[in-house]
Design a binder for this molecule. Structure first.
Ligand code: THU
Length: 132
């Protein structure tokens, strides 16, 4: 799927952000992952009193998608921050970039509030276990 509505996907990320559980940081994040078959999986950050166990929104969405059999992805939108309007771009953390790179190539579109970035721009020199 190369044609998709970037604004609609960003709105889906904003809607997913409503479910964020972020009592410790107050930093609420939502993500909407569009599959090649048109399905959209959403996720939000889920924090924990044991801080290292916090889960990012992107990873929540990615794991939900893979658990439902999806492995081909067309784009992801991410919305987050402490302000309700999500105007500031919420950059995906390094771990989430690497998680996305497990399934998505360098041209994979990452939609933030300031427009489209590619995974290759966000994560040059991605770690690969195999070179094939
Ligand atoms: N967070 C995400 O959900 N995604 C990211 O890519 C960066 C950080 C969350 C984790 C934590 O709940 C909060 O934002 C503050 O770090």
């Amino acid at each position: 799927m190369t044609n998709f509505d970037q604004n609609a996907l960003f709105r889906a990320a904003c809607a997913a952000r409503e479910h964020a559980y972020a009592p410790y940081s107050g930093f609420r994040v939502g993500a909407a992952l569009l599959c090649a078959d048109g399905r959209i999986f959403t996720g939000c950050n889920v924090e924990n009193a044991a801080y290292p166990l916090c889960t990012c929104a992107e990873r929540t969405a990615l794991c939900a998608a893979v658990a439902q059999g999806a492995r081909q992805f067309a784009a992801i939108a991410i919305a987050g921050g402490r302000d309700e309007d999500c105007a500031q771009p919420c950059m995906p953390c390094g771990g989430c970039r690497q998680n996305l790179a497990e399934f998505c190539g360098p041209d994979f579109p990452v939609i933030l509030s300031d427009g489209i970035h590619t995974l290759g721009q966000l994560l040059p020199g991605v770690f690969r276990l195999r070179q094939d």
